[in-house]
Ligand binder design. Sequence first.
Ligand code: CA
Length: 423
Amino acid sequence: MPSSRILPRCFALILGAVLGSAAAAQEPAAAPPASRAVAPSREERYAPAANIAKVSLERVFPNLKLVRPIQMLQAPGEAGGIVFIVEQPGRVLLADLTQDSATETTVALDIRERVNDSGNEEGLLSIAFHPDFPKRRELYIYYTAAEPRRSILSRFAVGADGRTVDPSSEEILLTQSQPYSNHNGGTCLFGPDGFLYLSLGDGGAANDPHGNGQNPQTFLSKVLRIDVNGNSSGKAYAIPKDNPFVSDASYLPEIWATGTRNIWRMQFDRKTGDLWAGDVGQNRYEEIDLVKKGANYGWNAREGFHAFGRERPSDGAAVVFTEPLIEHPRREGVSITGGFVCRDPKLPSLEGVYLYADFGYGTIWGARLMGEKCTKPELLSKHPSTLLTSFAEMNDASLYVIGFDGGQEQRNPGSIWKIAVHP
Ligand SMILES: [Ca+2]
């Protein structure tokens, strides 16, 4: 077992939070940048609270032994209960939500030998089915590898049964070298436009030492958008013609949005098509963003609604930064987990509520989008014994949340919970 596992992540996070506040206290207070107003007050930032119903969590698959589960999803068109569960060390497992007492899973894919999960934020991080599945039996996988340390986006072939993935079918679409083990993002998913979106972190360490956040010539700290159905300019994919920077040679053409620090989870609202993301902060502020075409979310000049260190517009030009929708200071969150907008017809009181979590505190928060603002975030559930890694939305729009119970060493059980409204 790698030595990094000796330090449970919850402990590391708490330690990090403590160190973070200590480090922050030593830094000179960040003055509001001359070009910008003082950060808006809480009242200015949000619409009034929406009095959202409290949430309760109902454990599913209590007998399954899961190792660091970080995603659950269904294949497009799946009408039953078959789900794919992603384990961070590098396996994809099959289970059936209608067989809740199951004690065994089937392995759909095992690529542990090519996945590097030696760092807490490394591993098999995200999978996405081609939107035309099962016509196109393709699974897209984003993971980290070693020697050299890098992030990889690949395409794999799904078998004719739709339930197994051929490990020998890997085609690498895109590779990004990684200077450090942390901040790898990342979510890969298809948008309502049929293009693949991928979030990458800033490359790691702390404070973005290489300035990747505002560097338009790296995939790091970016949301990318690519067309997996074609190829152009020697790439294994095509660049959508309406990507925002296709005619600006100073940017890589894959870039959809910039200046994100480490979007661990992002997701489209199935009703509106809005792309919601949880962007993990440095030492002070976690944030929720609506990811928009060509927008710059400010890292590492901004953290939440605040200047980070000294704001540094490039080349003297006025850089327009897009502010978050929501921020949480350290006392409310240490590592944000982006979630889903609830569209479950069985949960009408949560209709249109964006649900998200804090990984370290095990809290679930909710807010509604009202025009350009969100309602004031409301604490809907506390589950402090579980590190909440991800949310999951089934084809019927029911929502789940996934976590590690009792810390993040592999011996701690992974767990999956159905989201319900508190009676
Ligand atoms: Ca930001």
